[in-house]
Design a protein around this ligand. Sequence first.
Ligand SMILES: Nc1nc2c(c(=O)[nH]1)N[C@H]1C(S)=C(S)[C@@H](COP(=O)(O)OP(=O)(O)OC[C@H]3O[C@@H](n4cnc5c(=O)[nH]c(N)nc54)[C@H](O)[C@@H]3O)O[C@H]1N2
Ligand SMILES: Nc1nc2c(c(=O)[nH]1)N[C@H]1C(S)=C(S)[C@@H](COP(=O)(O)OP(=O)(O)OC[C@H]3O[C@@H](n4cnc5c(=O)[nH]c(N)nc54)[C@H](O)[C@@H]3O)O[C@H]1N2
Ligand SMILES: [Mo]
Length: 766
Amino acid sequence: MADKPHIVAGAENPEKLTGLKKGKIMKVAAGVPAVISSFEKTIEEAGVNRGMKALFHLNKKGGFDCPSCAWPDPDDERSGIAEYCENGARAVAEEATLKKLTAKFFSQNSVYDLGKLSDYEIGGKGRIAQPMFLPAKGTHYQPITWQAAFTKIALNLNALVSPDEAVFYTSGRTSNEAAFLYQLFVREFGTNNLPDCSNMCHESSGVALGESLGIGKGSVTLEDFYKAEVIIILGQNPGTNHPRMLTALQKAKANGATIISINPLPETGLMGFNNPQRVAGVLGLNSSLTDIFLQVKINGDMALLKAIQLLLLKEEMANPGMVFDQDFIGKKTEGYAAFIEHIQSFNEEQLANISGMPLTKIQETVRVLATKKRIIACWAMGLTQHKNAVDTIKEVVNLLLLKGSIGKPGAGTCPVRGHSNVQGDRTMGIFEKPSEKLLNALEKNFHFTPPKKHGYDVVQSINAMHDGKAKVFFAMGGNFLSATPDTHFTAEALTKCKLTVHVSTKLNRSHLVHGEEAIILPCLGRSDVDGNDEESQFVSCENSMGVIQLSRGVLPPISDQLLSEPEIVCRLAKATLGRRSQINWDKYADYDVIRADIERTIPGFENYNERVRLPGGFYLPNCNREGDFDTSSKKAQFNIAPMYNPQIAEDELIMMTIRSHDQFNTTIYGLNDRYRGIYNERRIILMNEKDVEKRSLKNGDLVDLFNHFDGKERIARKFVVVVYPIPEGCTATYFPETNVLVPIGSVAEKSNTPTSKHVIIKVIAQ
Ligand SMILES: Nc1nc2c(c(=O)[nH]1)N[C@H]1C(S)=C(S)[C@@H](COP(=O)(O)OP(=O)(O)OC[C@H]3O[C@@H](n4cnc5c(=O)[nH]c(N)nc54)[C@H](O)[C@@H]3O)O[C@H]1N2
Ligand SMILES: Nc1nc2c(c(=O)[nH]1)N[C@H]1C(S)=C(S)[C@@H](COP(=O)(O)OP(=O)(O)OC[C@H]3O[C@@H](n4cnc5c(=O)[nH]c(N)nc54)[C@H](O)[C@@H]3O)O[C@H]1N2
Ligand SMILES: [Mo]
């Protein structure tokens, strides 16, 4: 096992910085530099033929689904080359790379030495080319055959006192087919310990929407964007994380929509966009996107939303029936009177003050909203990763309900999902709290009794491993160590396990911080051909708007020793359950058979095999879209939430951990954050000028960051101060470098999501 100092190499105390170079904050996103940058990277990693083939089939109807974000593809027109963006192309380059890690690489590099590398360096090593095994007290991973690997995992699983001593994680790239089989195996094995990346991502959205609207998914389609009068974007940075959304916003704007952005940072993509998919864009015609920019303090959203609602109410009282949709409220909602009473108990000046916004700016927003009826609200991690996240998202819903803006064209909820199939994995049953309905369907169709007891989510899994209650950790993708909070604590938890197993495409830090024994199972990625060329198989994914589409890889795999995720699950199930299983796992070699079993188990997948083959796929049913609310009373619920306004001490600051432009979660593509004008360094902290002066610091100074929570001190050393237009009292650093500071015990109410956007820190000069 690697010694502790290298467990999170560089995360706490790096030996050297890479050397910050500062540029200007860019005014316009994408355009020519983005196209060039994505082509260069793909060709550098995959060569000309392979790279161009991959880009050509990316997000094309019948091609493969982009492994980057979950933003939908247009139903009708798709651009000539392919529907992709700079960061999608980079995600493909990462996967299509010709660099591969064979037994030789692992014999030459000890786990300890690999642990000393930065995440950027580890990710650059290449694709894992064969199954690898790290024996107890071993220093190097060694080759292992697939069969021996499955036997070893099966022995460990079957030796557990209870199936609940195993944890089965999923990251959101896993296809519907693999996810369905995986949860089937895990439940037949006997546990609901199915934590997934969603627990750290949009869990708060699922809980909030489920409770208030009866479905945990968003209601809009891409078409709605083109019909909207107002689009509100809260806590999201689409220029970097969902670049293809900018095309939809540009079109919406051309159709007359007003765009309101609510963010502590003036994010470049939101401010201006130069569409690289259009000739006009390449030639340099810019669109400015945001009409009203509300620069809230971190977690100032709830106060801002309450202020907007209070001012709208005053308008409505002055002009009854002109501002709120009373017909919709009367017929479709519950709790209006109590909500109105609650909102009237606030004072707009106080709310404005808590939100960090001048009242005049809120009044300007209210003037726009007062007359509009078709409003879309989009949000992402800036809302979901807070203690009061569920209530803030319900506050967004309250606003839409007042305006009757759900269930009609051009209006609705739009939680913008992260991983390309994170929504599909949940639809397939990857959930530690399965519904009765799902469990009954599994029992009826597969003739075993699934466990009813709820399993562990991500935070509970870490605690269970730390407490010795969970002993085998199995991950279907992802980078659990680096993605989760409190890195040292999680590292201790993982190293206490008897066995850690990762199904992965690329090497990452979770392979290097391991249990007593560890196994890496290399799998095919989205872009890889699955099966022989003539009769290759395809899988399917669900995007952020509930469209199911097929995804067929086109590139020859870099090694003949990779297995597909569905095959890995089937062989693992056979090895572990043997004759105990009621299921004939061999039949799933044909993915149509998996889809037929999904169809009889999960609602909404009628004629799955037929409809998935239609160009553009098919929409899953969504009650909100039809104007129905599947709550117990069949009405949408107004929510009453107390104002949440935690006080911090004079010498403390709030830190949000965000993504730079050159990363996909824990995969670091490069060291630049071009739009924010930051080059060649990730260990930076964005601070307001006044906060810098107050500490007698200046631009470029080195500081250490401290968090104190639950009686424990957490430290991240050596960060470069960058003076930035961020509200006073607020700071920003990059995830995952500062995950060491996110306390495991600081989570959102109801969703248990780590509060990665609200970490209280002290900044002290080095
Ligand atoms: N290229 C690329 N694409 C990705 C990813 C990636 O890493 N790289 N990750 C994927 C995944 S899994 C996800 S979940 C999404 C993430 O997509 P985002 O949610 O856009 O990602 P973050 O960088 O976490 O950005 C959060 C945004 O919220 C703002 N913010 C932070 N705190 C607050 C707050 O309290 N209030 C408000 N109003 N705003 C706040 C930040 O300034 C930032 O603009 O992207 C997906 N797509
Ligand atoms: N502080 C802080 N922490 C955060 C966040 C934050 O904003 N701030 N965001 C959270 C969010 S929103 C999320 S979604 C999580 C992300 O958590 P994860 O999903 O666990 O992390 P990723 O970095 O996306 O996982 C990358 C790894 O997945 C593997 N991989 C890639 N493609 C495939 C594939 O097709 N199959 C398989 N089997 N493996 C594959 C590769 O080995 C790669 O190294 O992180 C969370 N953590
Ligand atoms: Mo995410």
